[in-house]
Design a protein around this ligand. Structure first.
Ligand code: DER
Length: 225
């Protein structure tokens, strides 16, 4: 992946786009974390903002740095969502879910007036090629694996690192990482995956991002659709 300096530049630039009184979607991952930390400093300087976290982790970090948080159900709308991505293409279609938080991330992203991806150059690709994470109801996993195979995907149950057995999401579900090879039509695959029974959410974010802030070694490139 990219350097911490590149991620920091992207995250801090996104935080600068937040205006007084905004409701902000707080994404998950190491790049979005820089935006949350920058918002914490802005709150110390008097910025009036409410954060909507997308995971246990982003809620914890927001609390640590002093960004007021509300649950998603408590707000009418979100002005700006800031989130990372595992990969994105020239149309700003993205693969997310490296942190197994993509179900709540997508709800927040879709509810937001604007979604800005905060990324580093290692996430950019002409064509999406990474595995697509699926959040899956535990009992439905074998059926979902069969449906994914029928769609040409190879599923791997995401195992935890410091726990025996699989990763369990904040919502109590499992994660399948599904390798479809190069994804020439992300929209088509997204709708196929969305209709597989037992899939709570897939990690393809198509038509959601308005811009990508790409942190480089000497600045930030802003890419739009
Ligand atoms: O889980 C996610 O979708 C995150 O946004 C994530 O995958 C990106 O994480 P990173 O900024 O630490 O690379």
């Amino acid at each position: 992946g990219g350097s911490d300096e590149q991620k920091r530049r992207a995250g801090e630039r996104a935080a600068e786009a937040v205006e007084d009184g905004d409701v902000v979607g707080l994404g998950t991952g190491s790049t979005a974390a820089y935006a949350i930390r920058a918002l914490g400093r802005a709150v110390d300087d008097g910025l009036d903002v409410v954060g909507i976290p997308t995971s246990f982790d982003s809620r914890q970090l927001a609390r640590e740095v002093g960004v007021p948080v509300r649950s998603l159900e408590a707000i009418e709308g979100i002005d700006l969502a800031i989130d990372g991505a595992d990969q994105f293409d020239s149309q700003l279609a993205a693969i997310k879910g490296g942190g197994a938080a993509h179900a709540r991330e997508k709800v927040v992203a879709a509810a937001a007036d604007r979604l800005v991806l905060v990324v580093d150059p290692s996430k950019s690709a002409a064509t999406l090629t990474r595995s697509v994470p699926l959040e899956v109801l535990p009992d439905a996993r074998p059926a979902v694996e069969r449906d994914v195979a029928d769609l040409g995907g190879a599923s791997t149950l995401r195992r935890a690192e410091r726990k025996d057995g699989p990763v369990v999401t904040d919502n109590g579900n499992l994660v399948l990482d599904c390798d479809f090879g190069p994804i020439d039509d992300p929209g088509r695959l997204a709708s196929s995956l969305a209709s597989v029974p037992g899939v709570v959410e897939h990690g393809l974010f198509v038509g959601l991002a308005d811009a990508a802030y790409v942190g480089t070694d000497d600045g930030v490139e802003v890419r739009t659709r």
